[in-house]
Design a protein around this ligand. Structure first.
Ligand code: ZN
Length: 255
């Protein structure tokens, strides 16, 4: 019998090797390198973990690329803020400045696409969310195993991928919850996994290279990929656009 999950997407037989990418943040050079690498790595499917826009200088271009992939996408907090007209006064001024600029770069139709993105989706045998499953609209940050515990109470698939902190990380729950930093992880029976795929366009783990993850459903292996891109070009575009200089500087620091 054909097996279909919610969202009417055919599962398992077709979804064999998935590229999970998010926190692109309008970094076109990083996104292009990631997409090309995923194709080279034989990925059959793409899944986007949100924050397509914000911070960097190519929001419309990145949004168009992600849309053209016709892949599952969840909403990030920057997507929500770029799509709305609400005040950003409570936000960190650098991020708010970039978001005000981003709103002007997007058409109303593009903003509507962002507005309609869902917070949580199930894709094949795994779940995706930008921040956490317990309160996805609160945009909580998972920075340690204690933060991850409340997520696991709401995680009904063995594996869930997320983003938001811009730090690639794996939280594993068996009899207890542990945090693992590794280049790859094997999905073992009996454990649950909450996996941060890192950030394509603004990594914050001290490594400036673009980050994404590949989940191979057949081998049950998740591998993190790090890729160099033309960072000088991205930085120059940020300065040319009149965006805050620190947004260019932080890319090189990976913070
Ligand atoms: Zn982000």
């Amino acid at each position: 019998m054909a097996s279909f999950l919610h969202g009417a997407r055919p599962v398992l037989l077709f979804l064999m090797r998935v590229a999970l990418f998010g926190d692109i943040h309008a970094n076109l050079e990083a996104l292009e390198v990631v997409v090309a690498d995923a194709r080279e790595q034989g990925c059959t499917d793409f899944v986007c973990l949100g924050d397509v826009v914000g911070y960097n200088a190519n929001p419309a271009e990145c949004l168009d690329i992600v849309r053209s992939m016709n892949c599952p996408v969840v909403k990030g907090n920057h997507d929500e803020d770029a799509a709305g007209d609400h005040s950003l006064d409570s936000m960190n001024p650098t991020a708010a400045n970039a978001l005000m600029w981003t709103r002007q770069q997007l058409t109303e139709e593009q903003r509507e696409w962002l507005r309609k993105l869902r917070m949580v989706r199930q894709v094949s045998d795994f779940t995706i969310v930008h921040s956490t499953l317990d309160q996805p609209a609160n945009w909580n940050y998972v920075t340690n195993r204690f933060d991850a515990m409340s997520n696991f109470s709401y995680q009904f698939t063995q594996v869930c991928f997320h983003g938001h902190t811009h730090v690639p990380r794996v939280y594993v729950k068996d009899s207890k919850v542990q945090e693992v930093s590794a280049d790859s992880v094997v999905i073992e029976p009996g454990s649950k996994y909450f996996i941060n795929a890192g950030s394509v366009g603004q990594p914050r783990d001290g490594d400036w290279r673009a980050c994404y993850a590949i989940y191979d459903q057949e081998s049950k292996l998740v591998v993190f990929r790090r890729l160099e891109y033309d960072i000088a070009k991205t930085q120059q575009k940020i300065l040319d656009a009149g965006l805050p200089e620190m947004l260019a500087a932080r890319l090189a620091d990976g913070r």
